[in-house]
Structure formats: C-alpha cells, structure tokens
Design a binder for this molecule. Structure first.
Ligand code: AQP
Length: 341
C-alpha cells in the first residue's frame, strides 16, 4: 500500500498591484479586488499600492498622500488579510526603482513603443508624455520579477505588459542563468468588467470626470441610489440581456456579480417590471455590499497608528523578499556588493 503524504506542494505566488490615484470604484472591487481576496487561501499573495506608477500622471501631493493611506485601508476593509497576505506600498520598498532601472537596460525601445497603453495614455495626457509613461512596463516587470511571482491576475488591458515581463525574464535568464520564474497572466473566471453608468461603452474608472458614471467605495446609500436611477439604459423597458442593450447589460452584470444569479434568473425576477423597479434593486445590492466595507474602513481610518504599523511591517516583509532577488540579479550582472549596514 502506498503511504499517504500529508505534505502539500508549496503554494504558487500571485502578485497584483493597484493604482492609488483616487477612491477605488465598484469596478475595481467587482472586477479585481474581490477576486484577489478570494485567492488568499489557495495562493501566496503579495499585493501592493502602485504609487510609483501613479506619478506618470501628475498628482496633487495633498490628495495623493490621502489616497495612498485610504486605498491601503480600503484594501484591508475589503478583505485583504495580513495574516495570509503581504500588502505593501511600492515607494516604501526601494528595490522596485532599482530593478526597474536595470530592466530598462534589458528592454528594447521597439518593445516599449508597441505598448497600446502608452499610445492611449500619451494621447489622453498629451501635455505630459514623460519618459516614465514610456518605461512604465519595465517598472511593472520589476514589480512582478522581484517577488518571483508565478501568476499575475490581469484584465485584458494589462496582458501586453505581462507579456513584456515574460520576455524580459526570459532574456535575462538566457543571458546569465535562470534567475526569474517566467510569470503567467491569470485571467479571472469571474471578473466582471464594470462599465460607466453614464457611458456603458467605457469602463468605470476612478479618474472619470463624469462623477455620475462611477460608483466609488465611498458613496453613501443615497448617492448610490441616485446614480443608479440616472444610469443610461435604452428606450425599451424590459430587463433583458441582449446585444445593443449595453446600459442594461452592465446593470445586469453588476446585479449578477453581487447576487450570484444568472441572466435568465434576473430576467425572470423582473419579468413584467420595468427599469423603475430594476434600477433601485441593483442599487440596493450594491449598498448592501458597500456599507459593511465602509464601516470597517471608517474604523481603520480612526486608528492611524495601526495602519502605520501594518504598512511598515509589510514593507519590511516585501523588502526582505525583494532584496534577495535584487542582490542575485546584481551579482549576475557583475556589480560589486558593499555592506552598508
Ligand atoms: N471598470 C472596471 N471593471 C473591472 N475591473 C476593473 N479594474 C479597474 N477598473 C475596472 C481592475 O481593477 C484593478 C486595479 O486597477 P488599478 O487601480 O490598477 O487601475 P485602473 O485599471 O487604471 O483602474 P481605474 O479605476 O480605471 O483607474 P484610473 O482612472 O486611474 O485609470 C485592475 O486589475 C483593473 O483591471
């Protein structure tokens, strides 16, 4: 008889980062963060606030500082568990900038020129097409490779950047010797893509100037209800998931994602009723999901010492892992190490 072993294989590692350029939206929550919370038992998760990436677009210092701390608290309130996961702030771990420079020198100008996000963002911010916007994928490669991540959960818009990180990792491994595991994109099975309530052809976004298009994690119940009541739909009044009904489809996706119901079940539930009944029902499930998060967020923000302790300890944990990779990389390149402390 073969003996059963109780030893389990080591968990695969996941890396994901979030921009802290505003208050998280319902899109960030349903499309990403909620899934990432769910990964915490199956994987070893390392999550961070990408505040170095954030300055590729100008940030107001006062607001930026506030968004960084608030985003950290929101992630904890949404369910990131520091007993299981490392959650740190990118700028507090200097190895990101260091490895990013190194990887800049192993990435070709032509590769970066092909990045569609650079093309999009440089059009959107035509008055500030800075070098950081161009080399952003090298910093993202550094973020991933520093932690030897196996998987990077990404939406379709970030797949190209993970591809670049893979190419750089393979190039470096080929030039020297195996140094980085080659990361794989993890496309979530249940990642809702939440669209703007005012323009359902655009994704819901923190930086949308039309505030009515976005539900933020900070919106109170009255605001949420008002925004859903104003959501763009169509001239029909039937709750039906169909091509050409982008506004209603988006509301149905949100409702499905929070209730676990299928589109057919939702259609049956609202049969014979119009958008006047459906919109407040969607608002209500969103309110029910957001209120407990807001309550926990408020408690966390009332305890800045606890938050500081969390982000400091987590920066230390991240730094420990990151410096191990960075010193390996530097040794392979031929740098001379110095013991500074
Ligand atoms: N509308 C969305 N639907 C589904 N997923 C979304 N994500 C963002 N918006 C939606 C996912 O959330 C994760 C974290 O995103 P991010 O904070 O890194 O920044 P982003 O994608 O640039 O989000 P925003 O809100 O649109 O920010 P701004 O306005 O600053 O550009 C990612 O996994 C993302 O796919």
């Amino acid at each position: 008889m073969t003996e059963l072993t109780t030893e389990s294989a080591p968990k695969k590692r996941i890396l994901s980062m979030y921009q802290c350029t505003g208050v998280f939206t319902l899109g960030n929550f349903l499309g990403a963060i909620r899934n990432h919370v769910g990964f915490q038992d199956e994987y070893e998760c390392i999550y961070a606030l990408a505040d170095l990436h954030a300055i590729t677009v100008r940030q107001d210092p006062k607001k930026f500082r506030k968004y960084i701390l608030e985003s950290y608290a929101y992630l904890l309130a949404m369910g990131i568990d520091l007993e299981k996961t490392i959650l740190f702030i990118q700028s507090q771990v200097p190895e990101h900038a260091q490895l990013s420079w190194i990887l800049n020198c192993y990435t070709q100008f032509g590769e970066l020129s092909r990045m569609t996000q650079f093309k999009d963002k440089s059009q959107k911010h035509a008055d500030n097409v800075n070098a950081g916007l161009f080399t952003y994928p090298c910093l993202m490669a550094a973020d991933i490779l520093l932690y030897q991540a196996d998987f990077v959960p990404v939406g379709a818009d970030q797949k190209q950047h993970v591809e670049l990180a893979r190419n750089v990792a393979e190039r470096f491994n080929g030039l020297y010797s195996p140094t980085f595991p080659v990361p794989q994109p993890l496309i979530p099975k249940h990642g809702a893509r939440v669209m703007s309530l005012q323009d359902p052809s655009k994704k819901m976004s923190k930086s949308d100037e039309n505030l009515n298009g976005t539900i933020t994690m900070a919106d109170d119940p009255d605001t949420i209800l008002r925004k859903f009541k104003r959501a763009v739909t169509d001239s029909e009044s039937q709750v039906r998931y169909a091509p050409g009904k982008d506004g209603v489809n988006n509301l149905m996706e949100i409702y499905a994602s929070l209730t676990g119901k299928t589109m057919e079940e939702i259609e049956r539930e609202f049969e014979g009723k119009g958008y006047g009944d459906f919109k407040p029902a969607v608002a209500q499930v969103v309110i029910d999901a957001l209120v407990p998060i807001q309550k926990r967020f408020k408690e966390l923000m009332e305890d800045p010492e606890y938050l500081e302790k969390c982000y400091t300890e987590n920066a230390q944990k991240a730094h420990y892992l990151a410096q191990k990779t960075l010193s390996k990389v530097m040794k392979k390149i031929g740098y001379l190490p110095a013991k500074l402390h």
